[in-house]
Design a protein. Structure first.
Length: 182
């Protein structure tokens, strides 16, 4: 059993409550099953400059290792200046016209020595992070623009899981993307 993360994982930041979600949590087996790691990425409020322009998107990597020398749940801050997808196609909030927050990403363990996990936001892209690195870094791989028939779904923030999906193959070292135009 994995111990429940501490209350700091369920923190209130800028008046908003942030918590772990099982749909965005990855389980990684290490050293032939001798120990495991649990990783999830939580969204934080973005950082804005004094003039209101976006400085960076902020995330918390919550990590638990089952080793005897583990400190329990730890949190590491991740930052991304901008999403590659948002450069080409800004992700608008229909009520304000401002770029929206990313969706809660769903994880897919990729593996390897660095325990790479692909966190997937079906509108924006795949975010790779080596969760066991001392200083993990998010790498952004954008997904293709929405199909023509799905633009309204994109603009009005409908759940993309009904017509878009991504899978990561550990054996073939590729990312497969599919979209149905509705």
């Amino acid at each position: 059993m994995v111990p429940t993360p501490s209350e700091r994982v369920h923190a209130c930041v800028d008046g908003r409550l942030y918590s772990l979600h099982d749909t965005s949590t990855a389980l990684l087996s290490r050293d032939g099953g001798a120990w495991y790691a649990v990783a999830t990425v939580g969204l934080r409020p973005p950082v804005h400059a004094a003039g209101g322009e976006l400085v960076s998107w902020e995330f918390d990597l919550h990590l638990y290792k089952s080793t005897s020398d583990s400190d329990g749940w730890i949190t590491k801050r991740l930052s991304l200046k901008e999403f590659v997808r948002d450069k080409a196609i800004p992700h608008p909030d229909p009520s304000t016209g401002c770029t929206t927050r990313p969706a809660r990403p769903s994880p897919s363990p990729v593996g390897g020595e660095a325990s790479t996990v692909a966190f997937v936001d079906l509108w924006r892209g795949v975010f790779l992070v080596n969760v066991l690195d001392e200083l993990p870094v998010l790498r952004d791989i954008p997904l293709p623009a929405p199909a023509r028939g799905n633009w309204d779904n994109f603009l009005y923030q409908f759940d993309p899981s009904y017509f878009r999906n991504v899978t990561v193959s550990r054996n073939r070292h590729f990312i497969k993307y599919v979209e149905m135009e509705i």
